[in-house]
Design a binder for this molecule. Structure first.
Ligand SMILES: Nc1ncnc2c1ncn2[C@@H]1O[C@H](COP(=O)(O)OP(=O)(O)OP(=O)(O)O)[C@@H](O)[C@H]1O
Length: 348
């Protein structure tokens, strides 16, 4: 449906998107995730046709829409955009906003499609209301309905939840996912919030400084990050120093672990590494010989997230997600065990 091949986007002479490639298949929801200024919106704008590409090409449904030589106009791309500020028309009511793009439909068809979309976005009774009287969440649903009305081949969503309350965001992200899947619409979301990305997308691309570091599922990004930036940006965790011993294992302060075959080929004896340790890899275990001191704690309901300093090396810290009946105060010492399901290591 959408393919980007090695694209660059530049403003004047400054290249802000560098060699980015990825694809979205029909009906898939992708997401570009990264810190502010990393180039997410510039990619979205290049796909929509609002910015040219200075290298590489973009294809929609197999046809080239952008390259150094080609620039198909935005209104010829069958791409719809939902913006963070909703961009609804204040002088039109909800039904008129949603039906705005249905110029070639009969009034009967327009009424039917508007009703269908209002039901789909969960707002069946507000067609006559004006947008200023709606909550932020309702306005975003109307904006989504307006974008979907014309049945675009691809829907682009630029930080669509950023002006909404934190609690509303994840719910709306999940709702929008359900709606897009119902309509079979391919979509690309841009956000800096990983929880929105997880709630909505099938595939997520993590970006840094204009580059796409990894394009993968949330599970792969969390469990198999390709580098330290992705590891630190997705989820929580710490890095623990390790050394390769006997060619096939690493020795850490919390025990010895086997390298995978691929890791064995990459790292030789005595090589120093950093091991990624997620909070759910550290098990609270009173019978363990490894003891750590509670530095801080955050109550999360079912769990408590502890920040712990290892006793034989206070500079080595790990996080531990323990069931909340294990209630320990700051400064207390607790037994812990490292239970690594996948060994993720990086060059130290
Ligand atoms: N119209 C423009 N002219 C010049 N520089 C721009 C323009 N738009 C964006 N930039 C610069 O390009 C870089 C990437 O911006 P972009 O908006 O694509 O990043 P982003 O990841 O979407 O950030 P944010 O999440 O803050 O919107 C930034 O350094 C930004 O200052």
């Amino acid at each position: 449906m959408l393919s980007l091949h090695n694209i660059n986007v530049a403003y004047d002479t400054k290249t802000v998107v560098n060699g980015v490639s990825f694809s979205i298949s029909a009906g898939e929801i992708g997401c570009l995730l990264g810190p502010s200024g990393c180039g997410k919106t510039s990619i979205l704008r290049a796909i929509a046709g609002f910015e040219p590409v200075t290298q590489g090409n973009i294809q929609l449904r197999g046809a080239e829409v952008a390259s150094e030589q080609i620039h198909i106009a935005p209104d010829k791309r069958k791409v719809a955009v939902v913006f963070q500020d909703f961009a609804l028309f204040p002088h039109l009511n909800v039904a008129q906003n949603i039906g705005f793009g249905l110029l070639n439909s009969t009034s009967q068809e327009r009424v039917r499609r508007v009703d269908e979309l209002l039901t789909l976005v969960g707002l069946p009774d507000i067609s006559a209301r004006y947008t200023h009287s709606l909550s932020g969440g309702q306005q975003q649903r109307v904006a989504l309905a307006r974008a979907l009305a014309v049945k675009p081949d691809l829907l682009l969503l630029d930080e669509p939840f950023s002006s909404l309350d934190a609690e509303l965001r994840e719910d709306l992200a999940q709702d929008i996912r359900r709606i897009l899947k119902h309509e079979g619409t391919s979509a690309l979301l841009v956000t800096h919030d990983q929880h929105e990305a997880f709630a909505m997308a099938d595939t997520i691309g993590v970006m840094q400084d204009g580059q796409l570091l990894q394009w993968a599922t949330a599970y792969q990004l969390y469990h198999r990050p390709v580098d330290k930036f992705v590891a630190s940006f997705i989820g929580q965790g710490t890095l623990l120093h390790a050394k390769v011993v006997d060619g096939r294992h690493i020795s850490t302060k919390l025990g010895v672990f086997a390298l995978t075959d691929e890791q064995t080929r990459l790292f030789s004896e005595s090589h120093t590494l950093d091991v990624l340790v997620r909070p759910d890899d550290i098990i609270h275990d009173d019978s363990s010989p490894n003891v750590a001191m509670v530095l801080s704690r955050a109550f999360k309901g079912a769990h408590i997230l502890y920040e712990l300093a290892l006793n034989d090396d206070p500079s080595a810290k790990v996080l531990c997600l323990a069931p909340s009946h294990h209630d320990h105060a700051l400064g207390e010492h607790i037994g812990i065990r490292l239970d690594l399901k996948h060994l993720v290591v990086f060059n130290a």
